[in-house]
Ligand binder design. Structure first.
Ligand code: ATP
Ligand code: MG
Length: 338
């Protein structure tokens, strides 16, 4: 027996906190909220959550205080301007997306980075901004601020700012407009430089596999439709992010096949309209709850098993499957049906 437990450093509260907790729960970990606010236990695995400010996560993970951490790429890049970040990053998590942008007052006639030459720029990201200015051959003074960066031009502290932007509403409210993109960011899973203790290696590997599965299934859809053979190639090309769709002959319909595919991205109404216009019918889009990817194999999930079942039913004379979802893919979730 061992008392050693893995640690995952997560943001205690803030923009990444809820989605980090969702990812952890999605991986089957039951979070036990205890009296200790800094450390939450995972009830069903030898894992603890180290709940800290996001600024502390890169250091905790790099120093091995936590084996894994969930943090914004922007915070990581600012923290370690000279490191190879790809060595630390296990995977991109697909949430917490934002951009670091230069912004100037609305009345500025901004014609590119050269406008910033000799000016003062307020930011909480001096390292990232410094690199970007250097790459663009601009010399400017960086004024480091911890927060409320957007008020700097009004307060005459700076001529421009470099800050995180998602909708642009904050900039607008402060009479500013975004100009250049400095960095694109999203939450990333990072790992400590050293391997986990050998007795926890199994838990660690399982965790990474499950995180990968949760991320892959977020936003992914299972799409089914009937398609005329004459337009099959065209229809397959229209299915967004589909990897190796399954094609099955429909019973008693020589000219039509059923197409089933796992789409790695959302499927919009626009796409459904186009599929329909190309001749597809009985189109179903279903959410995917879990997905386990394996090696170089095309994605397979429980629906493939259903297809095998439906293929057996077909050969026994029952109707084709695309008109209605296979039983194991159906369930409570809502499906779009055209
Ligand atoms: P902490 O108290 O943990 O230090 P914080 O105030 O520094 O929190 P938050 O505002 O909670 O940070 O943002 C955490 C991360 O969320 C950011 O570093 C960024 O990666 C991401 N993020 C996503 N959208 C935005 C946005 N519109 N503005 C700021 N950060 C965003
Ligand atoms: Mg912070």
């Amino acid at each position: 027996m061992t008392d050693r437990r893995l640690r995952i450093a997560v943001q205690k509260s803030g923009r990444l906190a809820d989605r980090s907790a969702e990812l952890i729960s999605g991986a089957g970990l039951r979070i036990l909220k205890g009296a200790n606010e800094l450390l939450y236990r995972i009830e069903n695995q030898p894992i603890d959550l180290l709940r800290v400010r996001d600024d502390d996560i890169p250091t905790f993970v790099a120093d091995g205080v936590a084996e894994l951490g969930i943090v914004g790429y922007n915070v990581l890049a600012e923290h370690f301007p000279d490191r190879d970040l790809e060595e630390m990053i296990v995977q991109r998590l697909g949430f917490g997306s934002c951009t670091l942008k230069v912004a100037v007052p609305n009345d500025v006639d901004y014609a590119g980075p050269k406008w910033l030459e000799g000016k003062r720029i307020a930011t909480s990201y001096p390292n990232i901004l410094g690199k970007w200015l250097k790459d663009n051959g601009v010399t400017a003074e960086i004024v480091e601020m911890r927060g409320a960066v957007e008020v700097a031009p009004r307060m005459k502290i700076a001529h421009a700012i470099c800050d995180l932007v998602s909708t642009g509403a904050t900039l607008e409210a402060n009479g500013m407009k975004a100009t250049d993109l400095v960095l694109k960011s999203e939450a990333v899973l990072i790992k400590a430089p050293h391997a986990p203790p050998s007795e926890l290696a199994h838990t660690y590997d399982m965790l990474l596999r499950r995180f990968d599965g949760v991320t892959a299934s977020t936003g992914a859809k299972y799409v089914m439709m009937n398609a005329p053979k004459t337009h099959l190639d065209e229809i397959i090309r229209m299915i967004p992010g589909a990897d190796a769709p399954t094609i099955m002959q429909l019973a008693g319909r020589e000219d039509t096949v059923a197409v089933h595919a796992v789409c790695q991205e959302n499927v919009f109404w626009d796409t459904l309209d186009k599929l329909k216009a190309a001749g597809a019918s009985a189109i179903l889009v279903l959410p995917i709850e879990k997905m386990m990817k394996g090696g170089e194999e095309p994605l397979k999930n429980n629906a493939d098993l259903c297809l095998e079942k439906s293929e057996r039913r077909r050969t026994q004379g029952s109707p084709g499957p695309a008109g209605k979802p296979p039983r194991c893919a159906r369930g409570r979730d809502r499906a779009h049906h055209l």
